[in-house]
Design a protein around this ligand. Sequence first.
Ligand code: BDR
Ligand code: CA
Length: 315
Amino acid sequence: MPTKLILDVDTGTDDAVALMTAALSPDLELVGATSVNGNTTIDYTTENTLRVFDWIGLPDVPVFRGCDRPLARPQAPRGMATRIHGDLLDLPPVSRGATLQSGHAVDWLIETYLASDGDIVLCPVGPLTNIAMAIQKEPRILEKIPQIVIMGGAHDHGNVTASAEFNIWLDPEAARIVVNCGRPIRMIPLDATHRALVSSEDAGRLRALGTPAGEAAARFVLKRIDGYDATQPMPHRPGAAPVHDALAVCSIIDPAIVTTSFIPVDVEVDAELSVGRTVCDFRFRGGKPANVEFATDADEPTFVAMLLEILGRTA
Ligand code: BDR
Ligand code: CA
């Protein structure tokens, strides 16, 4: 039986690969996608999500538009992620009928979880605004969420500040609510995603698959490599870049693709230098119980092989 899944996305380049992977994997049943402000504005993240499904021939996957700004902070300055994502993805406008559903993403999440059998994994790969809003508005959804697999967080190094990862940093108050929600949480932070890079040679292999998903993934990976090499090159690995959000999806299909530690994790929300840092208590010094399965490593060859196998499929 495929695992049911909802993806919450701020669709830029790696979210797009995650969406295609989730939609085309025979091991997953993508129930729908919710968009959120993040890599770019909500208008673009929503439009990009629709374009991805339309491009791969799955225009009927439900897409709901979500929050347009963080929970408790003003909108973050634009442009930080431009080189790696841009605003509109390099995909043609919708032509096969992908249409935005009516209603707000937060309300759809609440309705869908309350009506569910408690079997839909929630996978947020953008700022956690929609998820925190849904929990606050209707806490009874929590007992219906079997697991939350988050792309976000960082222990060793940040990517937007010295110690913070973008998704958590953009809306730390929301992230704090989600990591402390009491449900099983698996976090796929930079510590793992930077261990599973996709190279320009891999992009060539994706393109050679000859499928819409392979072609789009090749484009996005090459854009990411260009952006990373220019702004935050991977140590000792020029010509390769992380595809963070897709690793989170692959870790739902094959949990062994990442190595995790079950530890107490909280989010710094009020700090001069480290706002948005995920504070990881690997030695249990704070006296709190473990709440997060925090990934510290990932299996790059398996990740790339999974992408090649799944994105070689057509709808
Ligand atoms: C995360 O931030 C976004 O730019 C990416 O889509 C990913 O979800 C990585 O820090
Ligand atoms: Ca993302």
